[in-house]
Design a protein around this ligand. Structure first.
Ligand SMILES: Cc1cc2nc3c(=O)[nH]c(=O)nc-3n(C[C@H](O)[C@H](O)[C@H](O)COP(=O)(O)OP(=O)(O)OC[C@H]3O[C@@H](n4cnc5c(N)ncnc54)[C@H](O)[C@@H]3O)c2cc1C
Length: 257
């Protein structure tokens, strides 16, 4: 006979707490996106690649929450987000255009234990693949790798519409300059390439992806993040190119699939 007494889920499976947070700083990240720094008293810290849920509460009590990746990692009572404006969206236009320093929000997290990379855990090469704002958790991973002076080989392939749409340019340049294992960055511009670029503008294709990423025989761990259609397309190409699905981790930001 089964025991009818309800039991709580084990601690490892419980959702983390909601934390009151305050917007401490905002800055343009791209023409369509904003970097937001939150003060989160009591924040327990996060691993590179994790995300939070952000909850907004209107004066009439209406609430809306969405997931946002952390561009930061570790724990100093502060988290960094980068939010891209989705036209006609409910939450992202508010965060990008209207939210102000001093505004109160709530964050739940850190969330996601699979889409993470920690310095020192593995020496397998790491391939990061991002579409647009999908670079946010990958920037956290690349920054952690650079800060730790870790020798793991790292590559990033990122697809953006124009040069101005690249998030975290300074952080990526810094990661590409570390002497230990510099981040090898390939940027694909789908609509307009920078003046003098070797590669013309054009959508990411399977051939361009194959040229840029570690080949499957290197045993690279692959992290893919972006809109759902972008991620699905990249996963299909990685599979066709021979990458083992067990080596590939994906984070889908949403949008029509
Ligand atoms: C784990 C996780 C991490 C995320 N991290 C980030 C992040 O770091 N930065 C960031 O900007 N966003 C991130 N997102 C997406 C974010 O959670 C919201 O979905 C996004 O901000 C849109 O919310 P909205 O309320 O403005 O739009 P909604 O009102 O929810 O949706 C409006 C319309 O836009 C479509 N839509 C929703 N999301 C997207 C999208 N990403 N791309 C294209 N169309 C979309 C919907 O299907 C709908 O038709 C993340 C999502 C997940 C699941």
């Amino acid at each position: 006979m089964t025991d009818p007494t309800p039991t709580l889920a084990p601690a490892s499976r419980r959702r983390p707490a909601w934390y009151p947070a305050t917007i401490a700083a905002v800055a343009p990240e791209t023409p369509n996106a904003r970097r937001i720094v939150l003060d989160v008293p009591g924040w327990p810290g996060s691993a590179p690649g994790q995300h939070v849920d952000v909850r907004l509460t209107a004066e009439d009590g209406y609430q809306a929450s969405r997931s946002y990746s952390l561009a930061s990692s570790g724990g100093a009572g502060t988290v960094v987000l980068a939010v891209d404006r989705v036209e006609d969206g409910e939450v992202s236009p508010f965060l990008v255009d209207a939210a102000e320093v001093g505004d109160a929000v709530e964050v739940q997290g850190p969330l996601g234990g699979w889409f993470v990379w920690r310095p020192g855990e593995s020496t397998r090469p790491v391939q990061l693949i991002a579409g647009g704002s999908g670079i946010v958790p990958l920037a956290a991973i690349a920054t952690a790798h650079a800060d730790a002076a870790d020798f793991t080989p790292f590559r990033l392939l990122v697809s953006v519409r124009t040069p101005e749409d690249l998030f975290f340019r300074d952080e990526l340049e810094r990661a590409a300059a570390v002497p230990t294992a510099p981040l090898d960055v390939t940027v694909v511009h789908s609509r307009r390439a920078p003046d003098g670029a070797v590669a013309p503008a054009g959508r990411l294709t399977r051939d361009r992806l194959a040229e840029a990423v570690f080949p499957p025989e290197t045993g690279a761990l692959v992290y893919v993040c972006g809109s759902t259609p972008f991620v699905e397309q990249v996963l299909q190409w990685l599979d066709e190119l021979g990458h083992d699905t067990a080596d590939v981790r994906a984070e889908r930001f949403g949008g029509a699939g």
